[in-house]
Write a protein that binds this ligand. Structure first.
Ligand code: NAP
Ligand code: MN
Length: 268
């Protein structure tokens, strides 16, 4: 059976030339280019490129395996280097990959009229536009806290190394089906009180972020951000879908964390 694939590149010169090279090598190996309905999506660029590739194919997420090639620094979603393209294509043509799946976050936006659903690969970010964001937070339908502050980030395990980490959230291994809620600059004094630390919720739990007043809010699903003033509530939970990666050689999550944030120089 011939493997059917597409390539998404970051658009810079190096990534574009690597994409062209991939098509050439893949063609020689009998792989079939299918830009509309691929089963393998090769992302060439950075983690941001993989986020774009994910959102482009999110409707068919269960039928796709992703492979990431990085043309900048080592990525969390991109683990092949530019000079390893031949090796990657050869492995893809000749081997069955190990499929590794990571949890996604499900976000349901509720307005007075309708509900819209999104899934995020890294995180869902909520921020006030005109000042403090004011929101009631319920966990599993019970009041948890009244939040006042800059915003809230709900991240997936694989997104825990991105925005969530900058907020002091924990790094979560992607085998743990969970979402993490972290605060952005919450106001805490004798009047306003939030938990302060981030919380990790297992599958089948949900968080509702309820806006009881009319306020302008920026919502971001990964890198895609929209401005809304009609949001009444947002429900966040672990999605029923996952993203799959095709692995042709092992590269463990903790190795990535170490290589991205610690490096070898700091190990005595
Ligand atoms: P960007 O501004 O290029 O992204 C910021 C950095 O986050 C880049 O270095 C990016 O890597 C890296 N990154 C993306 N996903 C990651 C992950 N899962 N683990 C570790 N690092 C990750 O914008 P972008 O490339 O479109 O990425 C959007 C992401 O940026 C958002 O999903 C959010 O997580 C993150 N972000 C972080 C902050 C913050 O830390 N203060 C603020 C806003 C957004 P590449 O260079 O390889 O793309
Ligand atoms: Mn980027």
């Amino acid at each position: 059976m011939h493997l059917n694939y597409t390539v998404i590149d970051r658009g810079d010169e190096l990534s574009r030339s690597l994409a062209a090279k991939f098509h050439l090598l893949a063609g020689e190996r009998g792989m079939i280019r299918n830009d509309a309905r691929p089963n393998f999506v090769i992302s060439i660029g950075g983690d941001g490129t993989l986020l774009q590739a994910y959102h482009k194919f999110v409707e068919r997420i269960d039928d796709i395996s992703f492979v990431g090639v990085h043309t900048g620094h080592l990525g969390f979603y991109a683990d092949w280097k530019a000079d390893e393209l031949e090796e990657l294509v050869a492995l893809m043509a000749e081997n069955e990959p190990r499929i590794v799946s990571y949890p996604l976050a499900k976000i349901e936006l509720e307005t007075a009229n309708d509900k819209t659903c999104f899934t995020a690969l890294n995180e869902f970010t909520l921020k006030g536009v005109d000042g403090t964001l004011v929101a009631q937070i319920n966990i599993n339908d019970e009041l948890f806290e009244m939040f006042r502050g800059d915003g809230i980030v709900i991240s997936t395990p694989s997104g825990s190394t991105a925005y969530n980490k900058s907020l002091g959230g924990a790094i979560v291994h992607p085998s743990m089906e969970s979402i993490q809620m972290a605060e952005i600059a919450s106001i805490n004094n004798r009047v306003y009180r939030t938990l302060g630390s981030s919380v990790l919720l297992p599958k089948h739990h949900h968080v509702d972020i309820i806006s009881s007043k009319k306020q302008r809010i920026t919502l971001a699903i990964d890198h895609i951000s929209i401005l809304r003033d009609d949001i009444r509530a947002i429900r966040c939970a672990v999605s029923d879908h996952k993203i799959s990666f095709a692995r042709y050689r092992p590269f463990t999550f903790w190795n990535r964390v170490r290589e991205a944030f610690i490096g070898y120089d700091h190990q005595q």
